[in-house]
Each structure stands twice: as structure tokens, then as C-alpha cells.
Write a protein that binds this ligand. Structure first.
Ligand SMILES: Cc1cc2nc3c(=O)[nH]c(=O)nc-3n(C[C@H](O)[C@H](O)[C@H](O)COP(=O)(O)O)c2cc1C
Length: 411
């Protein structure tokens, strides 16, 4: 048997031991979600998986308005856009002052060379690089990334080894991996041993196999064995899957002999799950939503992403959720939520993001239709609604204004 590989925690890295952390989540792990999780006590935060090829070719800029580091690139299909109206796409945004020493950048990759090339771009701005070897979605696996790497352990080990040598050591940060369970304990054991010998400092085990759906209950049977191998080889082990809050995370970690836990869906629906029982535990959704809006405004988060996140954080049945779903910008959101102290700031952010809230949403149009119908004492034809609409000033019908900013996904 080969000698256990032990690697100390690098100077600019972080130890995953004893930590309860926010899981990587595409869309749900953008900057404001991470800052919210940190505010409520997450010890570390993973960014959403970002594919190496989408990171390569980005430009790193300091954004003086939001105090963030923005990695941007020109759209990949420039021929479809007018050259003078082409907008840079934001691929990744980091807040150096509020998260960088606790942020792990998760990469989607199928090759040591492109993984290293992409990781080089962010290595100086984050506390660690994690490789996604668990995503079962075809967009990931068809390119040999995510869970496809579990079927090609030599390639996965080569990626981790290259990242340790060319990124981890020179930048003095940790390299880690997030995997799923294999079909048998023997297969999982062989994989974990192989990965722990690459020089990584951390390993997260999502306690589900690749074919398992997110709603299926996580499996704990192999967890103790994985934790034992990690401890034996000096690699920190986080467990993931069906962990609902900090208290449960610490209990489960103790029960199964692992170093900490990672939370995804519970944090997506209420990030105050990171609060300890002493602090009062879970907060009411309303409080969490208000805090989220404030942070989203501070970092000028893409409107489409903010709207998506609000839908995750709010109970679908609440009347206010329905009102939020028809909002066209930050100002309207602040008004619906009665955040009067944020309305001026929201208006400025809407302007800077190019959000044209005058364009009426379908829901608002329907409300107007009903209002007109009531005023007319009966049913309105489409033409009559148009006519009624024509009486509103052009500015309020969004004529002459640009398209509201859409939110391109990180991966
Ligand atoms: C919206 C969403 C996006 C996700 N994106 C990623 C991702 O980018 N990278 C990754 O490794 N896992 C991703 N996952 C999986 C989670 O990190 C986690 O492994 C899984 O949800 C199980 O944890 P849970 O039971 O706490 O939800 C995502 C999950 C969700 C719900």
C-alpha cells in the first residue's frame, strides 16, 4: 500500500474541518446568495460550477461601483449582436472584502490543461479550487465533466494532480473535489483512495449515486468508510445530501466521523439555516428576503437572477410572491416588500442595469385589462384594451426604451 499523502493547509487556503458550508449551486449560488449565507453563519461558500472553457478568455476587472472583481467576456456569438450595442457577459463576480478568504471556486472540467488555464485566472482571488465530479446533468456529462469523471478516475486524478501542482502549490491555496457515491462500497473506496493520493486538501461526498434523483433520500452507509480514508490520508471530508441546518450538520458529522457538512437546497430556500440554535436558528422567510434584496442591490446583482432567487426564498402560495413574480425591476420589488428606505437605491440600480420597468409585464397587463373591463361594465376586446393602453403616455408604455437586461447563466 502506498504511503498516505499528507498536505498541510496552504497559507492562502482554508481548512474544511469543523465547517458547515454553502454548496455550489448554479443560479442559486451567485454572489448575493453567498453573502447572505455568510451573514447567517456559513463558514465557507462554494461558487456555482463554472465551466473552464467559459472562464478562459475572460477579462478581470475591478468594479468601482460594487467593489467587486468581475470576470467578463464578449458574447460568443458576436455576429448576432450589433457591434455598438454588444454588452460584456458577466461570467463570475467575487466580493474580495466580504467573501474572498472564504470562497471556493468550483470548476467544471474534463481536462487537466483547460482546468489549470481557467483556475489560474481566479486563483489569486479565492481560498480554494474545487472540481465538480458529481453533476449528473447531460450538459455536464456529455462533455466528459461532472459525474462522467467518476467513470474515468484516471482523468479525474490527472486533473486534480495538475491543479495541485500548478495552482495549489504556487498560489498556496487548497484543491478539492466533490464526488458522488459509486454503486458499491468497494468501488467508492478505490476511488476515494486514488483521489486522496493526488495532494488535495478536501473532499466532499454527495451521499447519492449518479442515477439518484435529488428527492431520493441520501444514503449514509458508505460515509464512515469515506471519512476514515480521508482522515487516514490527511484530507478533510465534508458530507452532503439532505442536511437541513447547522445543528443537524454538526450532529451528522459527529455521528459518521466526517469533518463537516455542506448544505444546498435547505440554504436555497432559507439561508438562515446556517444560524446556530444559540442564535435562534431559522428566521422567518420575510426577514431573509428583505436581507437578500438589500445585498442584491449592494452588489447590483443581475435582475433575472435576483427574481429567480426571490421565487426560491418566498413561499409560492403567499400573495406577495405573486406580486413579486410580476415585478419588472428592483424599485417595484422594494415597493411590494415595503422596503421604503431602499427605494431610491433601487431606482439607481435599475437605471445602471438598464432595467426598463415601464414595460408592463403580462400580469400587469391582465390587471389593466380587468380594470378596463370593469370600467367599461363588461368584457373588453383586445382592440379596446389596446385603445385604452394608447391613452397612457409613451414613456409609461416603454416606447423608445431598450430591452431589460437578461441574466446569462454562469454555466
Ligand atoms: C439549484 C442547484 C444547483 C446546483 N448546482 C451545482 C453545482 O454547480 N455544482 C455541484 O457540484 N453541485 C450542484 N448542485 C448539487 C448540490 O451542490 C448538492 O450536491 C445537492 O443539492 C445535494 O445537497 P442537498 O441535499 O443539501 O440539496 C446543485 C443543486 C441545486 C439544487
Amino acid at each position: 500500500m502506498s504511503r498516505p499523502h499528507r498536505i498541510p493547509i496552504p497559507r492562502n487556503g482554508v481548512d474544511y474541518r469543523g465547517k458547515v458550508v454553502l454548496a455550489p449551486m448554479v443560479r442559486s449560488g451567485e454572489l448575493p446568495s453567498r453573502l447572505l449565507a455568510l451573514k447567517y453563519g456559513a463558514d465557507l461558500v462554494w461558487g456555482p460550477e463554472t465551466v473552464d472553457k467559459s472562464m478562459i478568455g475572460t477579462t478581470r476587472r475591478i468594479n468601482p461601483v460594487t467593489s467587486t472583481i468581475d470576470f467578463t467576456r464578449t458574447p460568443s456569438n458576436p455576429q448576432r449582436a450589433q457591434p455598438d450595442v454588444q454588452k460584456e457577459s458577466l461570467i463570475y463576480r467575487i466580493h474580495p472584502g466580504r467573501e474572498a478568504d472564504r470562497l471556493i471556486f468550483q470548476i467544471g472540467t474534463a481536462s487537466p490543461e483547460t482546468a489549470v488555464e481557467a483556475a489560474k485566472l481566479v486563483a489569486g482571488d479565492v481560498a480554494g479550487i474545487d472540481v465538480n465530479a458529481g453533476c449528473p446533468k447531460p450538459f455536464s456529462t456529455s462533455g466528459g465533466m461532472g459525474a462522467a469523471l467518476l467513470q474515468d478516475p484516471d482523468r479525474l486524478a490527472a486533473i486534480l494532480t495538475a491543479l495541485v501542482k500548478e495552482i495549489g502549490l504556487p498560489h498556496e491555496i487548497g484543491i478539492s473535489v466533490k464526488i458522488r457515491l459509486l454503486e458499491t462500497p468497494e468501488c467508492t473506496e478505490a476511488l476515494v483512495r486514488m483521489l486522496c493520493a493526488t495532494g488535495i486538501t478536501g473532499l466532499t461526498i454527495h451521499c447519492r449515486t449518479t442515477p439518484m434523483r435529488p428527492r431520493e433520500k441520501a444514503i449514509r452507509e458508505q460515509l464512515r468508510m469515506i471519512g476514515d480514508i480521508c482522515r487516514e490520508t490527511g484530507v478533510a471530508c465534508l458530507m452532503n445530501g439532505d442536511v437541513k441546518d447547522r445543528a443537524e450538520a454538526l450532529e451528522l458529522a459527529k455521528e459518521y466521523g466526517v469533518d463537516g457538512a455542506m448544505i444546498a437546497t435547505s440554504a436555497e430556500s432559507n439561508s438562515s439555516c446556517f444560524r446556530s440554535q444559540d442564535e435562534g436558528g431559522l428566521l422567518p422567510w420575510r426577514e431573509v428576503v428583505n436581507e437578500y434584496v438589500k445585498i442584491a442591490l449592494e452588489v447590483e446583482n443581475k435582475w433575472g437572477n435576483t427574481k429567480f432567487l426571490l421565487a426560491q426564498l418566498m413561499p409560492g402560495k403567499a400573495e406577495v410572491s405573486r406580486q413579486i413574480s410580476s415585478c419588472k425591476g428592483y424599485r417595484q420589488v422594494c415597493e411590494v416588500l415595503q422596503l421604503s428606505d431602499l427605494v431610491d437605491m433601487a431606482q439607481d440600480v435599475d437605471k445602471r442595469l438598464g432595467i426598463n420597468e415601464d414595460r408592463m409585464s403580462k400580469a400587469m397587463k391582465k390587471a389593466k385589462h380587468n380594470e378596463c373591463a370593469r370600467a367599461a361594465g363588461g368584457k373588453m376586446t383586445k382592440q379596446r384594451v389596446k385603445d385604452a393602453d394608447a391613452k397612457t403616455p409613451l414613456s409609461q408604455r416603454g416606447i423608445g426604451k431598450g430591452k431589460a437586461q437578461q441574466a446569462p447563466m454562469a454555466v
